[in-house]
Design a protein. Structure first.
Length: 448
């Protein structure tokens, strides 16, 4: 069992005096107190109280290199002694771009500093290329922290509106007038997408989506869904953007783009590309990226192509994410998924899941979610209990357990997986005991 978290409480109590919420990002909040991390090594983390965890959080999927990966450390140490910022190009940028061309099949790449910046550039490019204002996004999907896509996210089912005509509910601080430039469609619903394009013929610049929806466990595309989107957007003269901030380099060496064999006009990357250093990238066709070549769109940023980021990304692509690394991730990931489902089944607990590359997802439901509305019906309390079970069993997960899959790193082995599986077995047993107790209480109540 994990020990006490007294020092995390002390740090948090001090932080709230000068940092809103006491955390650097609202997503770092967790009940009963945010856990303050001291250090990491390979597949492990230690918090400020000295508790050791197997890290299946990976910084929301950004750190599939593992902590202190020798290739990343070597690249960053060498670069930091030679200067970390010039706001001018450095040679590593060319190598990174060329390797991304090979992996994703898109010929031109630009760099920025986060997933939000990448999707923001993509929206700008869609609108500038087509001369249109409207965009389409997936209901419930998170595509970055900027106004154009902070619409229809993290809502309860009662806040989504009619399924055939979802409400354009903006995120906090986003004007309704901005939200009105977005059209919402459910994931895996080509009929709804075609209807939206027909209702706004000639007005839609393009569509942005995660090719695999990742903030609802994992929701996979049904057969023909991605190709259908590709066909519909082309037919209506609109662009298609794959938001691969979470999937890129993680689910496959060439992301979901290569995994499913459908090539969009633009791909957005971040997270895993940087090897633990903040990063972002956007790849596109020659036609779309010509807007930048010709100066029709100024894709700018003081830290774009930062030499420290490029050095880490080059090491990530050339030394860390090798064919052997993906083979190991496939072996460990499939081992986790199968044994987790078997453990839950042995206790009569329904569940389903997926494994792709470094991502594994287990969802505690007999029904499979094919869109966000269905996922919202699943029990949040069960997922949070699982987070606590894994935490107290020495495994660190994203604090929002219902909506996040786990992420492995190149440092994870079946030995680390065994701890997760043992915790899952205990979790299944706990759920069964709670159900038995509830049934007994109900029977007594009915008799009385």
């Amino acid at each position: 069992m994990i020990g006490k978290v007294h020092r995390s409480k002390e740090f948090h109590n001090r932080a709230v005096k000068s940092v809103p919420g006491g955390v650097p990002s609202s997503w770092a909040s967790s009940r009963p107190v945010p856990i303050w991390i001291d250090r990491g090594d390979g597949a492990y983390l230690w918090d400020v109280d000295g508790n050791q965890f197997i890290d299946f959080h990976a910084g929301y999927g950004a750190n599939i290199a593992g902590h202190g990966n020798p290739a990343i450390v070597r690249a960053v140490q060498q670069r930091v002694t030679q200067g970390t910022h010039f706001a001018q190009p450095s040679a590593d940028m060319i190598d990174v771009a060329e390797m991304l061309v090979q992996r994703f099949g898109l010929p031109k790449w630009r760099f920025n500093n986060s997933g939000s910046e990448s999707t923001m550039d993509a929206i700008h490019l869609m609108r500038e290329f087509t001369g249109r204002d409207l965009i389409v996004k997936i209901e419930g999907s998170y595509n970055g922290h900027h106004d154009s896509v902070l619409v229809s996210i993290f809502r309860s089912a009662d806040d989504l509106g009619p399924q055939e005509n979802p409400w354009l509910t903006p995120g906090e601080g986003v004007p309704q007038d901005v939200a009105n430039l977005v059209r919402i469609v459910p994931y895996n619903d080509l009929a709804a997408l075609e209807r939206v394009f027909l209702e706004h013929e000639g007005l839609i610049a393009g569509m942005i989506l995660e090719p695999m929806m990742m903030n609802a466990g994992i929701i996979v595309p049904q057969d023909g869904f991605l190709q259908g989107i590709r066909d519909i957007t082309r037919k209506h003269g609109a662009l298609l953007v794959f938001d691969e901030v979470k999937t890129g380099l993680v689910v496959h060496p060439g992301g979901a783009t290569k995994l499913f064999g459908v090539t969009p006009d633009l791909v957005c990357l971040a997270k895993a590309l940087g090897g633990g250093i903040p990063c972002g990238a956007i790849g596109g066709t020659n036609e779309v990226m010509a807007l930048i070549d010709e100066g029709r769109y100024s894709q700018v940023g003081t830290f774009n192509g930062n030499p420290l980021t490029m050095a880490s990304a080059k090491a990530m692509l050339s030394e860390v994410l090798t064919s052997d690394a993906y083979a190991q991730a496939d072996a460990v990931g499939s081992y986790i998924l199968q044994n987790s489902l078997d453990a839950l089944k042995s206790h009569g607990q329904p569940a389903y899941g997926y494994h792709f590359g470094f991502k594994v997802c287990v969802v505690f439901s007999a029904e499979v979610a094919t869109n966000y509305r269905k996922f919202l019906t699943f029990n949040t309390a069960v997922s949070h209990l699982h987070f606590l079970k894994q935490f107290n069993g020495g495994v660190f997960l994203p604090p929002w357990g219902k909506s996040e899959s786990i992420t492995m790193s190149v440092a994870h082995t079946k030995q680390h997986a065994d701890q997760w599986i043992a915790n899952m077995d205990e979790f299944g047993r706990t759920l069964a005991q709670l159900e038995d107790r509830a049934s007994a209480d109900f029977a007594v109540g009915s008799y009385n």
